[in-house]
Ligand binder design. Sequence first.
Ligand code: ZN
Ligand code: CU
Length: 495
Amino acid sequence: MKIDYLIKNGTIIDGSGDARYEADLLVNGDRIISIFKKDQKSVKIHDKNYNLNDLSFKNVIDATSHIIAPGFIDVHTHDDQNIFIDRSMSCKISQGVTTCIAGNCGISLAPFDFSGDVPAPIPLLGDKDAYRFSSVSSYKNAFNESPSSINISLLTGHSMLRVQVMNGEINRSATKDEIIKMQNILENALIDGSIGLSTGLAYPAANHAPTEEIIELAKVLKKHDGIFTTHMRNEGDNLVESVNETIKIGELADVRTVISHHKCAGRSNWGKSKETLKLIKEAKKKQHLDLDCYPYTASSTMLLKHFVERADKVLVTWSDKVQDLKVNDINKIAKEFNCTIDELVDKLYPAGAIYFQMDDEDLNRIISFDGTMIGSDGLPGDKHPHPRLWGTFPRVLGKYSREMKLFSLEEAIYKMTFKSAKTFGLEKRGLIKKDFFADLVIFDPEVVIDKATYEKPLMPALGIDTVINNGQIVWQSMKSLNIYSGKFLEGKSFN
Ligand code: ZN
Ligand code: CU
């Protein structure tokens, strides 16, 4: 019997949170077919016992002094368009990520059938040519015809539903009729393979939507076992009220809910995570409520006045109007342009920014919270992105687990693998287990660390040796192999 891969001499951290153990792994096709401990003489494959010496392997990977873990799942991405632009997805596979959940913060490339001007933050997904998928089916087909090195799962963005159904008139709540139309589009999206609904209530495209509008839409998820994720209405002064709004939506619509990139934005709101995590912990007793975060104290999105106001420091990273704009502090750019900050924002729009506005203590508390998942929220379309795009996962492993010892490596990996697969319904992913898909990362636990910085954000991390997606090596020795083995993953609850 000839088997595709033997991965030997490594230490397995299986994603469940359980303690590591030494074992060899057999991978054949796109699956893990056997895991066997050092002293075992025979190996069970498809319920038959084989003598190790009777097996031969097409490839042998020596993982001595390395950890073998399930490929990481980036639960919060805006890679909707990036998977077509950079099929190797180096920004993610270089971190050990093998699956991305796209369509977050209320914006998804599909389903969208609208040709007018789009409000913020939709331009984060790309320019007008990018909006070419009127259904999730057409998006899925495009991916299947030309897959990337990563698996992709897609949420349906609430703002996309609003903009197309309300014909761009977003500065009001939706009428009853419009809600029914949005429900229909959402239902079709779920049937086509979308895994749920995301909102971006803090943004112009959706901030006029009342809670009831969201509840009515979220109710559609119940029938298709979809998930509800939310960039909440407010992450600053009204953070606590927004957590309560989210809990209410989840409870009344009776849906699995995820608070996206949980944070306390703005100096006057630092410390509020004590209260929000208490609320979340309490709510978890009666409903499915989860959260994700990224390991940085600066955020990044479009350049918007109400975000500029509460930040300590703002870096402007791009502008459509001023193409040759150099990344710089907003105050310095305003001086150059000889105008006020408000005038500058209008002059540059649409534009992007990095906002320094969170506190380490809140971040440490949120990331250590039981079951917090890891999501990068990276913006791949940005010429000078936030370092989270290339650094998130190795930073959690190297800085937050190894150096700061906020949690064990086993727990860190749980937060980026099985916890995420379970929550988002990604079947047979996120664990090293027989018959599970061979999405794997082999890394050096003493070396792994992010290298991307605010100054130099495009630096790949160190210590990630080999990344396997659906049984194929996609990243090795700091290089993409340009193997496009990714699959479009439809959600399925298996809790
Ligand atoms: Zn967001
Ligand atoms: Cu986001």
